[in-house]
Design a protein. Structure first.
Length: 123
């Protein structure tokens, strides 16, 4: 599960922050803290999305920073942003996931729509 965390430049972090702005948190770290199941869920969402938000319950800033460091160490993700109770994490998606997301073949074009008058004239 552990991978090397990607080194992000300032420009890459800025672009990722812009992409993450409209995202909703997909994982919540609750009162029980950072458990193995939470790490597993974060890893699964990083595989699926690449860029995720994680909400941390609790008011202790130091605990949130420790959680962020532990998540990055365990999953190989990079911390893009820590703002309030939200953590923005990024890890490049595996090649097989990206291949599965490739665009499907284009659809066959439909026939042009007919007006009521054109339809009645055809009869």
């Amino acid at each position: 599960m552990t991978q090397a965390a990607p080194n992000l430049t300032a420009a890459e972090k800025k672009a990722l922050k812009a992409q993450a702005h409209g995202l909703d948190p997909v994982v919540l770290i609750g009162d029980k803290g950072l458990t193995a199941n939470v790490i597993k869920e974060i890893d699964m969402n990083l595989n699926a999305h690449g860029l995720i938000k994680v909400r941390v319950a609790g008011d202790d800033r130091e605990a949130r920073l420790e959680y962020a460091q532990a998540i990055c160490d365990d999953t190989g993700a990079a911390l893009v942003q820590h703002i309030g109770k939200l953590l923005v994490l990024y890890r490049p998606q595996p090649a097989e996931v990206l291949a599965a997301k490739a665009k499907p073949a284009p659809r066959k074009p439909k026939a042009p729509r007919m007006t009521k008058r054109q339809h009645n004239a055809r009869d």
